[in-house]
Write a protein that binds this ligand. Structure first.
Ligand SMILES: NC(=O)C1=CN([C@@H]2O[C@H](COP(=O)(O)OP(=O)(O)OC[C@H]3O[C@@H](n4cnc5c(N)ncnc54)[C@H](OP(=O)(O)O)[C@@H]3O)[C@@H](O)[C@H]2O)[C@@H](O)CC1
Ligand SMILES: Nc1ncnc2c1ncn2[C@@H]1O[C@H](COP(=O)(O)OP(=O)(O)O)[C@@H](O)[C@H]1O
Length: 485
């Protein structure tokens, strides 16, 4: 498990570590760790370094690192871009022979342009956890001034990114981010993770706080969470999933959800739907049974058009929502909820579906794409309003429990971009539903399903395109591989 801590927790943990250290010791450790990473990356490159320095302690880190690099015989140019700069850091860098340029406003000088265009490695120390989202006006053009082949190392976080990971903004895009002791939400959450690149955590001796704000499951967590049957189990004790998905129009959604649940090893699937998808399923998934009956959880809505759905199928969905059983709502099923339920509930919208739902609940402006700018905030607002867990799908999938649960957000980024293909969400709904039926909480079921779904997509055709049905067929083998680690 990777755990990330909110800015306030990080500051408190750093303050507590500093009580036992001499002044500036943490910054010296950070600078040395950063310099070591930069030197390792420089061993594969020609060697010129440009260092961007902001007003705060992040700028201090990078100035001391610049001094280390200069003493290791790397040509280093520092560019001060903030209203002021860390005095001790500037003195250390100058003392080590580093040339110091300034770009505090307006256009970059020819010297600054040359330093940025010619550098093989760029250290980005403009903002750290004290940064406001966005780059100041004079730095908006900065990313274009950095050479295309340069390796950009962000210090603590890519400058301009919201440290809380909540709001999208213009940022530096890093190939690698070197952070100190603690991972922060900016490194894991959807609007900011893409700017982080490879994440390297350098230990500077700051102890982990007790309750993380954000978590990420790793492959090692699968064996701990996956419901592995024992000798006393039977198909009912393992969990029966009811699937209300597909219709005369979207027959494939039913096939993909049910196939995924069966391949993921659920005890049994009961499918409820009209004639055409039922006939297809009878032929394609002989393990499934049909019609309403006793289940442990429901997966409702993939390929379901509530306006045109079969009446019996819709009645089964509404009964399920009124029951005290765990329910997953996907796609069209999201139209069926407007108040909280007493039982565990997991919603699995993609960005468009989340926006539609948030607007229906009057939690998002009609004419604004709040999901693109603040995806986690919108998911959180829906989770809180309906007292449900919201899994927002995307390249980074985030699973947001209601605030009242007091649980961390989970964020997964396991799938290749090839997974952005029709039907992949239907597979996820069957897989996550199977995990709910086995008794996992919405948070565990959603995050574990997102991990396995992403890994299976890669396993199904490493490095290449993948169709959703192949992901569904791959799930069993991927689970076996992850369990054997
Ligand atoms: N504490 C410790 O012990 C340790 C801390 N460590 C390091 O310190 C970092 C935190 O330092 P910090 O608190 O000084 O914040 P940080 O982000 O460097 O600067 C904030 C200043 O930047 C400015 N600014 C704000 N937004 C901006 C923007 N968008 N674009 C441009 N400028 C912007 C604004 O100043 P302004 O110029 O606007 O007055 C603000 O005052 C942390 O991330 C880690 O790297 C390590 O050494 C390990 C030990
Ligand atoms: N760029 C991407 N990289 C990795 N995974 C992605 C990307 N875009 C989407 N996905 C994943 O693909 C799936 C798409 O689901 P969804 O949009 O509901 O598709 P559908 O409705 O066609 O089944 C989700 O699991 C999502 O997380």
């Amino acid at each position: 498990m990777i755990r990330a801590y909110a800015v306030g927790q990080v500051r408190a943990a750093e303050a507590s570590a500093m009580e036992d250290l001499f002044d500036g010791e943490l910054m010296q450790r950070a600078a040395l760790g950063l310099a070591e990473v930069a030197i390792a990356r420089l061993s594969e490159r020609a060697g010129g370094v440009a260092v961007l320095v902001g007003s705060g302690d992040n700028g201090g880190d990078v100035l001391y690192a610049a001094a280390h690099l200069a003493r290791a015989d790397h040509p280093v140019e520092v560019v001060l871009v903030g209203s002021h700069a860390h005095d001790g850091g500037v003195a250390a860098a100058s003392g080590a022979g580093v040339s110091v340029l300034e770009w505090r406003g307006g256009e970059a000088s020819p010297e600054v342009r040359a330093a940025l265009a010619e550098a093989d490695v760029v250290l980005d120390g403009i903002t750290g956890i004290g940064g406001r989202p966005g780059l100041p006006e004079h730095l908006v053009a900065l990313p274009e001034l950095i050479g295309e082949d340069a390796y950009v190392i962000a210090v603590d976080l890519p400058s301009g990114a919201d440290p809380a990971g909540r709001t999208w903004s213009e940022t530096v895009y890093a190939d690698e981010t070197v952070t100190f002791s603690l991972t922060k939400p900016v490194h894991l959450l959807p609007p900011t993770e893409p700017a982080t690149g490879l994440l390297t955590v350098v230990d500077i001796g700051v102890a982990e706080p007790s309750s993380p704000a954000v978590e990420r499951l790793t492959h090692e967590d699968v064996a701990r969470l996956w419901p592995v049957p024992g000798p006393d189990d039977d198909k009912y004790s393992r969990g029966v999933l009811g699937v209300v998905a597909g219709g005369e129009l979207y027959t494939g959604a039913a096939l993909m959800s049910v196939t995924a649940a069966v391949t993921a090893g659920v005890g049994m699937v009961r499918y409820v739907g009209p004639r055409h998808p039922t006939d297809l399923l009878r032929a394609a998934v002989p393990e499934a049974v049909f019609g309403v009956g006793r289940v442990q959880a429901w997966s409702i809505g993939s390929g379901l058009d509530v306006e045109q759905a079969d009446e019996e199928q819709l009645a089964a969905a509404r009964d399920a929502l009124e029951s005290d059983l765990p329910v997953l709502l996907d796609a069209g099923g999201l139209d069926l909820i407007d108040e909280s339920r007493s039982a565990p509930t997991l919603l699995t919208p993609h960005a468009g579906e989340l926006l539609r739902l948030a607007r229906r609940l009057e939690l998002a402006d009609a004419d604004d794409d709040q999901v693109r700018r603040t995806p986690v905030d919108v998911a959180q607002a829906v989770a809180d309003r309906l007292d449900v867990t919201v899994l927002l799908k995307g390249a980074v999938t985030v699973v947001v429990p209601p605030t009242s649960a007091g649980l961390p957000i989970r964020s997964q980024s396991d799938g290749p971009s090839w997974l952005a293909t029709a039907g992949a969400g239907d597979v996820l709904a069957g897989l996550a539903g199977a995990l709910l039926a086995s008794g996992l909480s919405p948070l565990d079921a959603g995050s574990l399903a997102a991990l396995v779904h992403g890994v299976a997509a890669d396993d199904a055709n490493p490095g290449g395109p993948v169709r959703a049905m192949d992901v569904a067929h791959q799930l069993g083998r991927t689970v076996a591989r992850l369990l054997s680690r």
